[in-house]
Write a protein that binds this ligand. Structure first.
Ligand code: FAD
Length: 280
C-alpha cells in the first residue's frame, strides 16, 4: 500500500496523571508510524477544555503535529478566540471543528453548528489553520434526511473547511455511496474514513447505539460468541478492521483516521497489516 496515504490518530484527554503518563507512552509508540498528525477530542461545553489544551500542548512540545478538536458548546466567542490564539502561538496548524454533543447534566444550551465555528475560525485567523470537519457515511443520527446531511457537510466546506474525517463504520459500500453523493453535491475535498479498532464488544455496541454507527449483524453475532474471551475479540477485530482498511484504500480513500482509544494496540498491528507506516 502506498505511503502517500495520510494517517492520523485520535486520543481523548486523560483525566489522571497515570492516564497522562500512559498516553505519552502511546503517542511515542504511535509516533514511530509517522502519522500526519495526532488529534485530541474536546468535550462540548468546555468540560475537557483544560485537559484537551494541556494534552495538545504536551504532544506539540514533544515535536509532533497535533490537531485539537474544538466546538463552541455554550462558550462565548472570547474564550474560543483565546484558545485559538494559544494554539496558534504554540505552532498548531490544524483544528477539527465540530458542533459537539453536550455532555449529560450540562444544560440545554443551543449548540452552534460546526459551519458556524468554521466561519468564525476563518474570520479571525484567516488561512492559518487547516480545518477538518466531521462527516457521516451512515448519516448523522439527528439529520432530517441523507441528502440534507450531505448538504450541511457542503455548507461546512463552503464556510472554509479543508477536509473531513468520518464517523466510524464497518461497511465499505456506505463510504463508496457517501463519496458519490458528496461528489454529486459538489464536494471535492478529501474525506478520510474514521476507523474504530475493536477491543471490547460491549463498549463498541453502547457507543455505536449512541452515535448512529452500525455494526453489521454478522460481526455482532460473531463478537457475541466470544463472550469474555478478550483475545478472540481482539484477533477478530484486527482481521476484520485490517481488511476494511485495505478495501477503503482500494476504494480511493485518501488515508485513514484511527480512533485509538488511547491505546497503541491494535492500531499499530492494523497499520502494519495494511503496509502503512513503520518504514513500509
Ligand atoms: P454539525 O455538522 O453541526 O451537524 C449536526 C447535525 O445538525 C447534523 O444532523 C446536521 O445534518 C445538522 N445540521 C448541520 N448544520 C445545520 C444547520 N446549519 N442547520 C440545521 N441543521 C444543521 N464530539 C465531541 O463532543 N467532541 C469531539 O472531540 C468529537 N470529535 C469528533 C471527531 C470526528 C471525526 C467525528 C466524526 C465526530 C466527533 N464528535 C465529537 C462527535 C460530534 O460532535 C457529534 O456527532 C455531533 O452530534 C455533531 O457534530 P458535527 O460537527 O458533525 O455537527
Amino acid at each position: 500500500m502506498s505511503n502517500d496515504k495520510r494517517l492520523s490518530f485520535e486520543f481523548f484527554p486523560p483525566k489522571t496523571e497515570a492516564g497522562a503518563a500512559k498516553l505519552a507512552a502511546t503517542w511515542k509508540q504511535l509516533g514511530q508510524i509517522q502519522p500526519g498528525f495526532f488529534s485530541v477530542t474536546y468535550g462540548a461545553g468546555g468540560s475537557t477544555r483544560d485537559n484537551t489544551r494541556d494534552t495538545v500542548l504536551a504532544i506539540r512540545q514533544d515535536g509532533y503535529a497535533v490537531a485539537p478538536h474544538l466546538s463552541f458548546g455554550g462558550d462565548g466567542e472570547d474564550s474560543i478566540l483565546a484558545l485559538l490564539e494559544e494554539y496558534r502561538r504554540a505552532g498548531i496548524k490544524r483544528i477539527v471543528a465540530l458542533r459537539g454533543d453536550m455532555p449529560s447534566g450540562m444544560g440545554m444550551a443551543r449548540l452552534a453548528y460546526a459551519n458556524e465555528l468554521v466561519t468564525f475560525i476563518r474570520k479571525h485567523t484567516g488561512d492559518h489553520f487547516h480545518i477538518e470537519v466531521a462527516a457521516y457515511p451512515e448519516i448523522h443520527p439527528e439529520a432530517g434526511s441523507y441528502d440534507e446531511d450531505v448538504m450541511y457537510l457542503k455548507q461546512k466546506f463552503d464556510a472554509g473547511a479543508n477536509s473531513a474525517i468520518t464517523q466510524y463504520f464497518y461497511d465499505v459500500d456506505a463510504y463508496r455511496w457517501f463519496l458519490g453523493k458528496c461528489q454529486a453535491a459538489g464536494i471535492d475535498a478529501p474525506i478520510y474514513p474514521g476507523i474504530m479498532p475493536i477491543t471490547n464488544y460491549q463498549n463498541l455496541a453502547r457507543f455505536s447505539a449512541k452515535s448512529g454507527a452500525s455494526i453489521p449483524r454478522w460481526m455482532a453475532r460473531q463478537l457475541e460468541c466470544y463472550g469474555d474471551d478478550q483475545q478472540s475479540v481482539i484477533d477478530f477485530g484486527i482481521e476484520v478492521v485490517s481488511r476494511l482498511c485495505q478495501q477503503l484504500l482500494q476504494a480511493g480513500a485518501p488515508g485513514l483516521h484511527f480512533y485509538t482509544m488511547n491505546q497503541a494496540e491494535p492500531t499499530t498491528t492494523i497499520c502494519r497489516n495494511i503496509g502503512l507506516g513503520q518504514g513500509n
